[in-house]
Design a protein around this ligand. Structure first.
Ligand SMILES: Nc1ncnc2c1ncn2[C@@H]1O[C@H](COP(=O)(O)OP(=O)(O)O)[C@@H](O)[C@H]1O
Ligand SMILES: [Mg+2]
Length: 417
């Protein structure tokens, strides 16, 4: 037994001696180093007990070799990393990450992805929730030279602020209460690969400086350690918040914002690329029908029109959910949008359709606004976004061009780029 371990035992024996009869045994969960003839040196856990024989104290020490257990734990840790690889492989195999849609706006995003993927640049992916930011991050990693290395994700919004630092950078044993073992952080796990910091706008200010340092020097210290670690990690970050304004207001570190913003990719909301709605809905319908073992007819024009008319505040994620619901409630292979779409949309659709109906349902102000919005967009689409003049949308709608412009502004209608 090593000198260290002997000392430890001596201390424990004193502890035992002071205990009352019947409690003179203890469990030593590890931290003992021992040697024997066949195993060489090994890490041991032990039970130590005292008994008295003719008033003389005797001690029994039972040692158990824990090398095997430690090796198994090591294996599990590296397996966890491999699982990340594996998940990557599986998702690319089944095409779960396929990006669907052919709109001009999406094509522009994909061109950016292709351009930046081959560099090692930090990418900031901006866009409303559900627009596909995470999908874009995966696409960048998959087309990069790091594709065979892990892509490690961290969601800065769902992780408790007190844990983020150790999750990102790891910790030493005993660094804080509950840190019973040394643990690698996600930056270390992502070494050679990519880290995806989702919802980076939620990262607490004090951690922002630590992140800036990794970005600039590739260096950090695990929690409770004074040893600097170096890593080679590409950083992708995403947020649905306007961190530029947050930076100006002092709520997000300005230097970090500039460092992240080297190559921003703006993913447009679904309502600004309505052309993607049909292909996405069709792909989702096929996917869910397959999963449920049902057959679904191709989407009707009417169905696509109704989906295109909706504002999609939850973007592609919402579309996916609604199509899933429509497949579940489908009858005779036809999607059931009446049940799947939010009620206000159906009310608007119904109001448009049933102009001959005698009992007109009263619309709420919001529904009316939605109706006006869709009507203006329809007019603008048919004039290819010509507002004023002969055959302009204003003429079509029977209003002055200035009136139309101010309504467009009020309703947030903009031409898609
Ligand atoms: N263009 C797209 N093609 C196929 N699926 C998409 C597309 N955009 C988003 N999705 C799907 O919509 C859901 C939300 O996308 P996600 O990347 O998580 O959005 P975000 O990170 O912006 O909130 C995911 O299930 C994703 O696979
Ligand atoms: Mg997301």
């Amino acid at each position: 037994m090593t000198a260290d371990s002997r000392e430890k035992l001596a201390r424990l024996i004193i502890d035992l001696d002071t205990r009352p009869d019947g409690q003179r045994y203890l469990w030593i969960p590890g931290g003992l180093a021992a040697t024997n003839d066949h195993a060489g040196s090994f890490q041991a856990e032990a039970t130590l007990s005292r008994f008295d024989l003719e008033r003389e104290p005797f001690y029994t020490l039972i040692l158990r070799n824990v090398n095997e257990r430690l090796e198994a734990e090591q294996k599990i840790r590296s397996l966890t990393v491999e699982t990340e690889y594996l998940r990557e492989e599986i998702s690319s195999l089944v095409g779960a990450d396929e990006i669907i849609g052919g709109s001009e706006a999406l094509r522009k995003v994909l061109a950016d992805v292709k351009e930046v993927a081959v560099t090692d640049a930090t990418v900031l992916i901006l866009g409303e929730t559900g627009t596909g930011k995470e999908l874009i991050a995966h696409a960048i990693h998959r087309s990069s030279r790091r594709r065979d290395r892990p892509l490690i994700k961290v969601n800065c919004a769902t992780m408790p602020a007190t844990l983020i630092e150790s999750e990102l950078f790891g910790h030493e044993q005993g660094a804080f209460t509950g840190a019973t073992k040394r643990r690698e952080g996600r930056f270390a796990l992502a070494h050679g690969g990519t880290i995806f910091l989702d919802e980076v706008g939620e990262l607490p200010l004090d951690l922002q400086s630590k992140l800036l340092r990794v970005l600039q020097e590739g260096e950090f210290e695990p929690v409770g350690s004074s040893q600097t670690r170096k890593v080679d990690v590409r950083v992708l970050a995403a947020t649905n918040r306007d961190i530029e304004s947050a930076a100006r207001a002092g709520k997000f570190r300005e230097d970090l914002y500039y460092r992240l913003n080297v190559f921003p990719i703006q993913v447009p909301p679904l309502r600004e690329r309505r052309g993607d709605v049909g292909p996405l809905a069709a792909a989702f319908a096929k996917k869910f029908a397959q999963r449920l073992g049902r057959s679904i007819e191709p989407l009707s024009d009417d169905c696509v029109r109704r989906l295109e008319a909706y504002r999609w505040p939850g973007n592609v994620r919402e579309l996916q959910n609604i199509v899933e619901r429509a497949v579940i409630t489908s009858r005779d292979g036809r999607l059931n949008l009446d049940r799947a779409l939010p009620e206000s949309v159906n009310a608007v659709a119904a109001a448009v359709v049933s102009d001959s109906s005698t009992v007109q349902r009263v619309l709420t102000a919001k529904e009316l606004e939605e109706l006006e919005r869709n009507n203006i967009i329809a007019a603008l689409k048919s004039t290819e976004w010509k507002v004023a003049g002969e055959n302009g949308a204003a003429q079509l709608l029977g209003v002055k061009p200035t009136t139309l412009s101010s309504r467009m502004k009020a309703l947030g209608i903009e031409r898609k780029r």
